[in-house]
Design a binder for this molecule. Structure first.
Ligand code: FES
Ligand SMILES: [Fe+2]
Length: 416
């Protein structure tokens, strides 16, 4: 076993093989979950919190989470973006109770303390008392009692926030590969089509693995494979950033003709299946590079996707050690015509909790989580394509999952 730097993790040893062996306790141990909130979600990372298109106007706000901390993302009168903890500085009530809205200032419902759009305290009822009675102490200074602020930064229309004062600027945190992948999809103004929300009874990192896993994508997902949206025999890549914390899978539909015999024995390929409504998959080639599927996983909580003409961001929100929420926000381009709106909305049926593909990922997470609640020191075995974190110019690999775990181990304080 490797040396463990942190006594808080000392009860759970990580096998010496590193990122290719993950002890099950990492998914189920409440102490690990607590440490993640501190070191990872409130540590040296940027969490995705919104699309700029969700809050375009002055006074627009959105409530969401960084890790499991509730936050508000707000646009101020001068157009600037702000993020603060959704917790009144008085006695802790949530100051915003709607998912989205537009306000001139935020008023806490409990005792009506008021905050401006940047999170500064601007009003306290009965501050000077009533009829000479009560009132706040003479030295009460409103400047000292604003909302707890986070750093916030946007890139290509995606908004990120962090509790850290020291994490590198967002562009550097993302690095060239994720930046280019984001800029490719966010190449022109977007419009939000809607959200889907999914609660999954499993640890959030099982989903982080899933989105870095090209191996399962044609085996678990019958629809993907049968209708050719994704097969491991297609041209595609699995690549990471320099620190291996972010990863991208791509695939090119229609590049595996003649190789389907590889799938003849699998459950998920059945040549007899046909769509009764083929318009479900009718679409347009949107990108000159021929890439028809992109799953970009940005550490720790974001997935940016292009599956045919569906464009979406998925936000992973941990809700305790054995539960997470997945928020899918689907979007199109502001200049899409009516036909394109229809195409995107129809293809949108592929994804989300009631979709034809992605509900299977939620189920896969749950059947793992239910089976690993004991034998916490036993581990998974991740070796398809080799036991190292390495990029691949093909899709028969688990290299990016190993990369995720090696980075995770390092920031959590397991072995150096
Ligand atoms: S808790 Fe918000 S005003 Fe009292
Ligand atoms: Fe999947």
């Amino acid at each position: 076993m490797n040396a463990i730097r942190d006594p808080a993790l000392g009860h759970l040893a990580w096998p010496a093989a590193g990122g290719s062996r993950v002890p099950f306790g990492v998914f189920t141990d409440p102490a690990v979950y607590e440490l993640e909130q501190q070191r990872l979600f409130r540590g040296e990372s940027w969490s995705f919190v919104a699309l700029e298109a969700e809050i375009p106007n002055s006074g627009d706000y959105k409530t969401t989470f960084v890790g499991d901390s509730p936050v508000v993302i707000s646009r101020a009168e001068d157009g600037s973006l702000h993020a603060y903890v959704n917790r009144c500085a008085h006695r802790g009530a949530a100051i915003c109770r709607e998912l989205r809205g537009n306000v001139q200032n935020h008023l806490c419902v409990y005792h009506q303390w008021a905050y401006d759009l940047k999170g500064n305290l601007i009003g306290v009822p009965f501050r000077r008392g009533l009829n000479g009675q009560g009132g706040m102490p003479a030295d009460f200074d409103m400047k000292q009692h604003g909302l707890q602020k986070l750093r916030v930064q946007a890139l290509a229309g995606l908004v990120f926030a962090t509790f850290s004062e020291s994490v590198e600027p967002l562009e550097d945190y993302l690095g060239p590969m994720p930046r280019q992948a984001i800029e490719r999809i966010m190449s022109r103004p977007i419009k939000v089509l809607g959200d889907q929300r999914q609660f999954v009874a499993g640890n959030w990192k099982l989903y982080a693995e899933n989105t870095r896993d090209p191996y399962h994508a044609s085996l678990l997902h019958l629809f993907h494979c049968t209708f050719g949206l994704y097969r491991s025999s297609q041209k595609g890549v699995s690549v990471m950033d320099a620190k291996h914390r972010h990863s991208m899978l791509t695939a090119m539909r229609g590049t595996d003709d003649g190789k389907l015999e590889d799938y003849q024995d699998t459950r998920t390929y059945n040549a007899d299946f046909v769509l009764s409504d083929p318009s479900l998959l009718a679409g347009r080639q949107e990108f000159d590079d021929g890439v028809t599927l992109v799953i970009l996983a940005v550490f720790p909580n974001l997935v940016v996707q292009q599956i045919s003409n569906t464009l979406a961001v998925r936000q992973i929100i941990p809700r305790g050690v054995d539960k997470f929420e997945l928020v899918w926000t689907q979007f199109g381009y502001a200049d899409d015509d009516a036909d394109m709106d229809l195409i995107r909305n129809k293809q949108g049926n592929l994804i989300g909790p009631a979709g034809l593909v992605s509900m299977e990922d939620g189920e896969a997470v749950e059947i793992v989580h239910r089976s690993i609640i004991r034998d916490q020191d036993k581990s998974s075995y991740i070796a398809m394509g080799g036991e190292q974190a390495k990029d691949a110019q093909h899709l028969v690999t688990e290299g990016s999952i190993i990369g995720f775990w090696e980075y995770y181990r390092e920031i959590m304080g397991w072995a150096a």
